[in-house]
Write a protein that binds this ligand. Structure first.
Ligand code: GCO
Ligand code: MG
Length: 403
């Protein structure tokens, strides 16, 4: 069997997506997500200029060998651009293999470990009252796990909260927009927010919160401790994670569970966090962490330290990534939760898919492969539009902070 062609499709049905389609001499093709929010075209070039020429003529069944070839063969290892490109190839190849086997991908990975995939939805409000309403609305829709984010009094814009409409899309500017930040205001506001949310939603719903890398380790320890009575499922990205050892300071001060890893792209980014049991959930996902092949390796390492998976699932991960992630989640023994930020109807129309949401759970389909395709004709109607994620500056003096 041979790879005969590979094509990168860039489209923007409301936001940018980069998709790789690999074709074979047997008429079977596979699809992979290569979207790297705000840096999309770097991955397009990596694929078109450097990866695709090496793929033509190879046997698509040799997924592991092709993964090693692209990883080791580049000499320059890791990094989000490289790993997203490798992920797209890997996802497309797993899609092809599962189609050839006439099996849904999860069967090829080892079969079903659970009846469905618990997902968490996003409850975002401009203030506490609006956030509480949104949490209750999600509970009503059947969600078992809900992430709560709220505006902070005195700050103009906060991560996770949209200005007017309810759909939140972070990549909002033709150039990066600027948000302001005050750790003091945020730390004053957040424990009260979760008191109100827990009080309103009752004891049974899992509550989550994303700090989005904004605190120092000791501040994160303070917040985690203050949130303990509200029993969060997790506190996400409390501090930037380049220095993995920094997390021991958070661990020393709080038992609030910690989730990290949406911006990680390899096992090396989380090795110390996992081995030292400094986190409880690992958030790496298919598209940014080298595809199914590498994600599986991370999950296996995590499993022996009782760290569970909690794959990133924001809208900048395309439906192709979501489809593949749901098959992975259906199989992976140490599953925790899957993030679910619904794509718009327009986005979904470009990516025919067989996964579905039902009362707080997602279900991958039973069709062969990962179950997601791209409608290339429709995609062509939505050309690329440059978009950036925002930056964050300290409110009192404009120092550039972590967004
Ligand atoms: C999340 C994430 C996202 C990211 C976005 C960046 O937990 O869902 O933090 O909202 O900010 O994916 O591209
Ligand atoms: Mg996050």
């Amino acid at each position: 069997m041979k790879i005969t062609a590979a094509r990168v499709i860039v489209c923007s049905p409301g936001r940018n997506f980069v998709t790789l389609k690999i074709e074979t001499d047997q008429g079977v093709y596979g699809v992979g997500d290569a979207t790297l929010n705000g840096r999309e075209l770097a991955v397009v070039s990596y694929l078109e200029d450097h990866v695709i020429p090496c793929l033509i003529g190879r046997d698509p069944q040799q997924i592991e060998d092709i993964w090693q070839y692209l990883y080791k063969g580049a000499y320059w290892r890791r990094g989000p651009v490289t790993m997203s490109a490798i992920a797209a190839v890997d996802t497309a190849l797993w899609d092809i293999k599962a189609k050839m086997a006439n099996m849904p991908l999860y069967q090829l990975l080892g079969g079903r470990s659970r009846t469905g995939v618990m997902v968490y939805g996003h409850a975002n409000g401009r203030d506490t009252a609006e956030t509480v309403d949104e949490v209750l609305r999600h509970k009503e829709e059947g969600y078992l796990a809900i992430r709560a984010q709220s505006g902070v009094p005195g700050l103009n814009k906060v991560y996770g909260v949209s200005g007017t409409n309810r759909l939140y899309e972070p990549a909002d500017g033709n150039l990066p927009s600027e948000h302001d930040w005050s750790t003091e205001k945020y730390l004053r506001h957040t424990p009260g927010l979760f008191e109100a949310v827990r009080e309103a939603v009752g004891p049974d719903i899992h509550l989550l919160h994303d700090v989005h890398h904004r605190l120092t380790p000791i501040e994160a320890g303070q917040l985690g401790k203050a949130l303990e009575p509200m029993r969060l499922f997790w506190m996400e990205d409390p501090t930037p994670a380049e220095n993995q050892d920094a997390f021991q300071w958070i661990r020393h001060h709080t038992t609030t569970p910690i989730a990290v890893g949406e911006i990680f792209n390899s096992i090396w980014d989380c090795k110390a966090l996992i081995e030292k049991q400094l986190i409880d959930y690992i958030r790496t996902t298919v598209v940014h962490a080298g595809g199914i092949t590498h994600l599986r390796r991370i999950a296996d390492l995590a499993s022996i330290y009782q760290v569970r998976t909690g794959c990133h699932g924001a809208t900048d991960l395309s439906p192709v990534c979501m489809g593949a992630a749901l098959h992975f989640d259906t199989w992976v023994p140490n599953f925790g939760v899957q993030e679910f930020m619904p794509h718009s109807e327009e986005m979904l129309s470009v990516f025919p898919h067989d996964y579905r949401f039902e009362r707080g759970m997602m279900h991958c389909g039973e069709s062969p492969g990962h179950g997601v395709d791209i409608d290339e004709k429709l995609a062509a109607k939505y050309p690329y539009q440059r978009a950036y994620l925002p930056v964050n500056r300290l409110q009192h003096d404009g120092t550039l902070w972590n967004w």
